[in-house]
Design a protein around this ligand. Structure first.
Ligand SMILES: NC(=O)c1ccc[n+]([C@@H]2O[C@H](COP(=O)([O-])OP(=O)(O)OC[C@H]3O[C@@H](n4cnc5c(N)ncnc54)[C@H](OP(=O)(O)O)[C@@H]3O)[C@@H](O)[C@H]2O)c1
Length: 330
């Protein structure tokens, strides 16, 4: 099979296409023929080695020194089950699925083997394979943080970075939870975030939400420029900062936040649970969650895809298609 390898940290050009043996599923595993995959912020971090402040040595131990130990990156994929290992009952050959290998990676290849009990779910019939590949990373992260933040009906939620992959999911999922949502993005993305359900939009290029009069029950920061010290003034009593992007000092400091207003800071890696993936596919099937696609490029143009992701300016996901059927829903 054709796969993209990253063996040393560096710019988009470090990626290498290689022909390798197609993996066979073991007992309890399924093999997915990948029709579409996303290039996500996690892929960018693992390819570039650019990690939030303080994670250098820790990430070297966990992810690899000099280059990612994983070799084949790719957190999100969608395709068709083409082989099943012994004992698999959850899926059959021919099933259309989406998968979130997540930190295990492996989506940037023609075939992906995963545990049948892992983050694999039937693809909603109303999403193309490309749309399905755009769902997991942002959706799983936003869902996990909003749950940890215990967002309630009627609460005021501000999403910083609302046009990104995590942010665009957070806007939609907060609306589904019954929150009043303020989206922070540039003016160019205002119409997009309104179409996702945002009630208010703040253009960060002309207005600093942290200096405003509004108070928020929850601030979700997926940009990394809204640490607690900046946002505490606009957090309501019992307010929560969901620090999707947090460096190590901010993560360690989260435990010491509180004070008279009983604020909380929630940080750390999002969990990877198949129940969440299934819930997101159900919301997508009901039209309550629409994964945003910035652009779609053929697999061979992954360097170009990475350049867009590296810019930090993409809307939702950048999608690679490996097969012309990727645009189809069935
Ligand atoms: N904790 C975890 O487990 C976890 C999980 C997933 C992701 N993350 C981290 O979360 C971060 C976001 O990931 P992502 O995939 O959502 O990123 P992304 O899609 O690359 O975010 C890009 C978006 O950010 C917006 N943006 C840039 N600067 C901004 C600013 N100053 N104010 C408001 N919006 C701004 C851009 O909009 P404009 O073009 O309008 O500027 C663009 O639409 C990454 O650092 C990632 O590593 C953490």
């Amino acid at each position: 099979m054709k796969a993209v390898f990253v063996t040393r940290y560096g710019p988009p050009e470090v990626v290498e296409f290689r022909e390798v043996r197609t993996p066979a599923p073991g007992a309890g595993e399924v093999r997915i023929r990948v029709l579409a995959a996303a290039v996500t912020a996690a892929d960018w971090r693992l390819r570039s080695g650019i990690l939030p402040r303080g994670f250098g040595v820790l990430s070297g131990i966990a992810l690899g020194f000099g280059g990612p130990r994983k070799g084949i990156l790719g957190t999100d994929a969608a395709g068709v089950i083409d082989a099943v290992g012994a004992g698999v009952t959850r899926f059959r050959i021919g099933d259309a699925v989406l998968a979130f290998p997540g930190i295990a990676m492996g989506g940037h290849a023609e075939f992906l083997v995963m545990s049948a009990a892992g983050c694999v779910a039937p693809k909603p019939a109303n999403l193309s394979f490309e749309g399905a590949a755009a769902l997991p990373f942002g959706g799983m992260t936003a869902l996990d943080f909003l749950r940890r933040g215990q967002v309630q009906v009627g609460e005021r939620v501000l999403v910083n970075g609302a046009s990104g992959n995590v942010g665009s999911a957070a806007v939609q999922l907060s609306k589904d939870l019954g929150a009043h949502v303020t989206a922070v993005c540039s003016a160019a993305n205002a119409a997009l975030v309104r179409s996702l359900g945002a009630d208010e939009v703040i253009d960060y290029t002309t207005c600093d939400f942290a200096a405003g009069k509004e108070r928020y029950d929850v601030v979700l920061d997926s940009v990394g420029n809204a640490p607690y010290g900046r946002v505490k003034r606009v957090l309501a009593s019992r307010g929560r900062l969901l620090a999707v992007f947090a460096d190590l000092p901010a993560m360690l400091g989260a435990a010491f936040v509180g004070g008279k207003k009983s604020h909380r800071v929630i940080a750390g890696p999002a969990s990877e649970r198949v129940e969440d993936l299934i819930r997101l596919t159900a919301l997508a099937a009901q039209g309550k969650f629409r994964p945003v696609i910035d652009r779609r490029l053929p697999f061979e143009r992954i360097v170009e895809a990475y350049r867009v992701v590296d810019s930090g300016r993409k809307k939702g996901s950048v999608i690679l298609w490996l097969d012309p059927r990727a645009t189809l829903a069935e």
